[in-house]
Design a protein around this ligand. Sequence first.
Ligand code: PMP
Length: 389
Amino acid sequence: MPETFVKSERLRQLPPYLFAEIDKKKKAAIAAGRDVINLGVGDPDRPTPEPIVRSLQQHVENPSFHQYALDQGSPELRRSIASFFSRRYGVDLDPETEILPTIGSKEALAHFPLAVINPGDVGLVPDPRYPVYRSAVQFAGGEPYIMSLEPGLGFRPDLDAVPADVWKRARLMFLNYPNNPTAGSADLPFFEKVVSLAREHNFVVAQDAAYSEVYFDDPPPSILQVPGAKDVAVEFHSLSKTFNMTGWRVGFAVGGAPLVSALGQVKANSDSGIFTAVQMAAVTALDQYETITPPIRALYKERRDVLVSGLKRLGWDVPTPAATFYVWIPCPAGYDSTTTCSKLLDEANLVTTPGLGFGDAGNGFFRMALTVDSPRLEEAVARISKLSF
Ligand code: PMP
């Protein structure tokens, strides 16, 4: 044991935690008893729907579920995921080989690069992004290549701008649609292009679909709807946002058998599956998807309209998100994301998230989450109306 502990090189490679300053201010404001409206958190405020809670209560009584779960997930859950996927996307999946339940999607996204890249390989990651993709590539010894998401392309990357030598070394590309934090969406032609590039350049696509069921117009597509996509893509789904279940830790990865099994091999060496009673509750959720999720979407839509129309009335240039529970707003002239969010907190007691925390390309934007109820969103708009930017 060294006298002075020194963190591993892989931890020291991680970018600094950019929310530290704003977190400190937020805590101080709350401690001082100020009436803070927290629009910073990406965590549903509503409880998990009744039928799912009842299902857990019932299954937790079963002693056979108190033992280790199966690494590959319970057969009931895998069958239920296959049925959901076929109803929702028209895609057939083999429950034995093409579906892997995961402990939420975060751990699966974090583990996946270990299954597909070797040290020195390039992993393409979007910017702005959910921070896990980049650190996961780095943890696996990969070299991140940053693809900025272009506002002019609906927050998709300009795939034609990736240099040939990057394609040559690329083994993995992370995508996330519907997108956090930009609320951008992908359509099938975009996914078709990605799949054809993956075939041409021999890389694997990890498409994070955590927000796939939080949408307000047409249901967003799955990358697996592209013919042949299973050979090159894995899609990561989550029950967290779809069913207000962030604390439960249940999601799933779907794709071709060799890719799903490679992820399973990494996980078999690092975790021991999901509590089986939680898996049974997930079966209840997915089986009742058609009745449980419309009211959840309707609530976010109502909140979205309150916030977006309120800010527009004040003259803010706010795009109306078609999916996710985030509103991604360009900073006012003369401000970057940190100064905008500091001002909102200092002068209006509003917690928002600076775009810089998601990558350099996010610095001209900040994010508001629709995870508080409409009257509080109206109050947030009223407070902003009194500020001068
Ligand atoms: N992907 C994205 C884009 C997210 O925003 C989140 C959570 N905020 C996750 C994945 C992880 O969600 P979970 O692990 O709860 O499935």
